[in-house]
Write a protein of this length. Structure first.
Length: 321
C-alpha cells in the first residue's frame, strides 16, 4: 500500500513536471483568457479588446477579455501570477504593474511571478478637468492650486497606480499640494471629474479621448504629442518636463510558462501589431502608436522600471504602506 502510494506521488510529480512541455506542443487547444486588472474603457481594456479578435483568428481559439479591477490592479495581476503556467491565462498590463510594488510593502503579487510576452502599444497620458471648472490652461490650474493648498482634488485608480505616481510628480514639479481621491478604477472616476466633484485626473489619453471629443472633458496638458488631440500642449512645453510619462500596454504570463508557448503568443501578437488596421486602430481609438519588444527585452525592461520607480518614490519622500 505504502509502495503504491509513493509510486502515485512520483507519477503525479512527473506528470506536473512534464505537463507544460507536452502541453506546449499543441498550444492552444482551448480558449485563452486575457485578464484586464482595470475597468472597462481603460486604455489597457481597449488595447486588449483590439488585440483579442485578430489573435483569436490567428490562434484558432476564442480569446476572451475579462475585467478584474480593484486594489490598484493587484487583484487581476495576482490572479494571473498565481494561474497555471500554460499560456491560457495572460495579463494585459500597463506601468501600474511596476509602480504599485514601489509604493506597497504587500502589493499582492511579485513581479517575479510574471514573465513578459510583449508590449504592443505606447500611449500618451493627458490631464483633464471638467469644462465647468473654468480652467482653460495648466497655468490657471496651478495658480488656483497654489492659492488653495490641499483643497483642490485629483483622482486616480489608487495609491501606487501609474497615474497616481505621475500626478504626484506633477505636484512636486509645480510646487502644489492636492487632495487625493482614489477610485476602484480610472473609468469609475470620470463621472465625478466631469461633474466637477473632483478637479482633475491625469490618465491615459485612450481612456479620456471620447469625452474630450464630446466636449465633456477639457485637456490641459499631455505627456507627448498625439495626432488625436493635436492642439493640446505637452507638459515639457509648459515647463514641467519631469512630470511627463508615456504608458505602454502589453501582455504577460505566469513566470513558469514554457518558452515555446511564450514564443507562439509573441509571434501571433507581432503579426497583429504589424497590420495597418491595428496601427490605425491604436492611433484613432487610443491616440497612441505601436511598439515591438521581445519577451526577453520586455521582462528586463520591467525589472528596470520597477527599480526606477522605487528610486523615484524615495526621492518623493513617500513611505511604503
Amino acid at each position: 500500500m505504502r509502495r503504491s502510494f509513493l509510486k502515485s506521488i512520483g507519477l503525479a510529480g512527473l506528470s506536473a513536471a512534464v505537463y507544460p512541455f507536452a502541453h506546449a506542443q499543441d498550444f492552444p487547444n482551448r480558449p485563452i483568457r486575457i485578464i484586464v486588472p482595470f475597468g472597462p474603457g481603460s486604455g489597457v481594456d481597449v488595447g486588449a479588446r483590439l488585440m483579442s479578435t485578430p489573435l483569436s483568428k490567428l490562434l484558432g481559439q476564442p480569446v476572451i477579455v475579462e475585467n478584474r479591477p480593484g486594489a490598484g490592479a493587484a487583484i487581476g495581476t495576482a490572479l494571473v501570477a498565481n494561474a497555471a503556467p500554460d499560456g491560457y491565462t495572460i495579463l494585459a498590463a500597463n506601468p501600474t504593474l511596476t509602480s504599485v510594488p514601489a509604493f506597497s510593502k504587500a502589493p499582492g503579487y511579485s513581479l517575479d511571478g510574471l514573465t513578459g510576452v510583449s508590449n504592443f502599444s505606447d500611449l500618451p497620458a493627458v490631464m483633464v478637468t471638467a469644462p465647468a471648472s473654468g480652467y482653460k490652461t495648466l497655468k490657471q490650474f496651478v495658480d488656483a492650486a497654489k492659492a488653495n493648498p490641499g483643497k483642490l482634488t485629483f483622482a486616480s485608480a489608487g495609491v501606487g497606480t501609474i497615474t497616481y505616481l505621475a500626478s504626484e510628480k506633477l505636484h512636486v514639479a509645480a510646487g502644489i499640494k492636492l487632495l487625493h481621491v482614489p477610485y476602484k478604477s480610472t473609468s469609475d472616476s470620470f463621472a465625478d471629474v466631469m461633474a466637477g466633484r473632483v478637479d482633475y485626473i491625469y490618465t491615459q489619453l485612450s481612456s479620456a479621448l471620447g469625452q474630450i471629443r464630446a466636449g465633456k472633458l477639457v485637456a490641459l496638458a499631455i505627456s507627448q504629442h498625439s495626432a488625436a488631440v493635436p492642439d493640446v500642449p505637452t507638459l515639457a512645453e509648459l515647463g514641467y518636463p519631469a512630470a511627463g510619462f508615456s504608458v505602454w500596454v502589453g501582455f504577460l504570463a505566469p513566470a513558469k510558462t514554457p518558452r515555446d508557448v511564450i514564443a507562439r503568443l509573441y509571434d501571433a501578437i507581432q503579426k497583429v501589431r504589424d497590420t495597418d488596421e491595428f496601427k490605425q486602430q491604436v492611433a484613432s481609438q487610443m491616440g497612441g502608436s505601436v511598439v515591438a519588444t521581445t519577451p526577453e527585452k520586455f521582462t528586463a525592461d520591467l525589472k528596470k522600471e520597477l527599480a526606477d520607480n522605487e528610486e523615484l518614490v524615495k526621492k518623493l519622500g513617500i513611505a511604503k504602506e
